[in-house]
Design a binder for this molecule. Structure first.
Ligand SMILES: NC(=O)C1=CN([C@@H]2O[C@H](COP(=O)(O)OP(=O)(O)OC[C@H]3O[C@@H](n4cnc5c(N)ncnc54)[C@H](O)[C@@H]3O)[C@@H](O)[C@H]2O)C=CC1
Ligand SMILES: [Mg+2]
Ligand SMILES: [Zn+2]
Length: 276
């Protein structure tokens, strides 16, 4: 099946297509959603910082208008990316997630990190370029490990102080230079709850555009230790029985997928599918 959404570097000099507008307040939307006829959107009073051609949705070109600040557009409102993840069309969320990552990266790479001069967008390539340094900067992706640690019928779930009240999730953390995915996972579990793990198994990955994580999802078995929560990072961590789970993360997250897969295997139910 052809995917509905494919990324591409489109020429912004070409007219037509759809556009999304992103400001520090999130994406613009109205009753029809977050995609607007591009020519109409560009006629509105918007503080455009940059325009990027980002791909095709159902065969139609899609552009991003990255704004300096949010503006009032009659009949429209602004909404953060997370809200689009939680509700509505998943493909539209993927378009917006990609747009957010490209917008953030381009905004943060307007000047060369080496010499401080203005960089230019490279035509037909997703890169910012500094001519004097001959330096190209590509969109940033941050590999992050996420793991469900289990002990028979029990799963290890934790709460960060940033979570919605009551919700427990799997452990996660960013890879550091010099680490393999497995090294990172073992270190993160040790740092966050002082537990040792074994039989680490990769299950799948997910783009997580908050702001630019690439989540690599694993299952691991408990090998030893008692839970000790890392100060400031982990508010609480517990072993939960698969028959008695706390409120869990959003169903489109890989965290939820890792939990659901394990519970399904344990209870002999059909396994869920990882949302792309
Ligand atoms: N899709 C999902 O189901 C889930 C996704 N996540 C994501 O996983 C990522 C990592 O999880 P955390 O527990 O927050 O990470 P973490 O355990 O490594 O701790 C966060 C700390 O890492 C540092 N940090 C921030 N950005 C970084 C980067 N790009 N590279 C290296 N270090 C960085 C900061 O000091 C920050 O306070 C986050 O983006 C989070 O949103 C976390 C849980 C579930
Ligand atoms: Mg963490
Ligand atoms: Zn430079």
């Amino acid at each position: 099946m052809t995917p509905r959404w494919t990324t591409a570097v489109l020429d912004t000099d070409q007219p037509g297509g759809w556009a999304v507008a992103r400001s520090p307040e999130g994406f613009l939307f109205d009753d029809n959603g977050a995609l607007f006829p591009r020519e109409w959107l560009k006629r509105q009073d918007l503080a455009i910082l940059a325009e990027h051609g980002i791909g095709h949705l159902d065969g139609e070109p899609v552009y991003l208008l990255e704004l300096r600040a949010h503006s009032e557009v009659p009949g429209c409102n602004w909404k953060g990316l997370r809200a689009f993840m939680l509700e509505g069309d998943h493909t539209v969320f993927k378009v917006l997630g990609y747009a957010a990552q490209i917008g953030t990266w381009a905004r943060e790479h307007r000047f060369c990190g080496n010499c401080g001069q203005a960089m230019i967008q490279v035509p037909r390539e997703r890169a910012m370029y500094c001519q004097p340094c001959d330096l190209r900067s590509y969109p940033r992706i941050s590999p992050s490990m996420i793991v469900l640690v289990t002990r028979g019928d029990e799963v290890l779930l934790a709460r960060s102080p940033r979570f919605v009240a009551g919700v427990y999730s799997t452990l996660a953390g960013f890879a550091e230079p010099g680490e393999s995915a497995e090294d990172c996972l073992i270190r993160e579990v040790r740092e966050e709850v002082q537990i040792e793990v074994k039989n680490v198994q990769y299950l799948g990955s997910q783009c997580w555009p908050f702001p630019h994580s690439m989540m690599l999802g694993f299952h691991a078995e408990y090998a030893g230790g008692e839970i000790v929560c890392q100060e400031d990072e982990i508010e609480d961590a517990q072993w939960f029985n698969v028959h008695d789970l706390p409120p869990l993360p959003a169903s489109r997250s890989i965290a939820r997928y890792l939990i659901d897969v394990y519970v399904a295997r344990r209870l002999g139910h059909a396994e869920p599918v990882l949302p792309g």
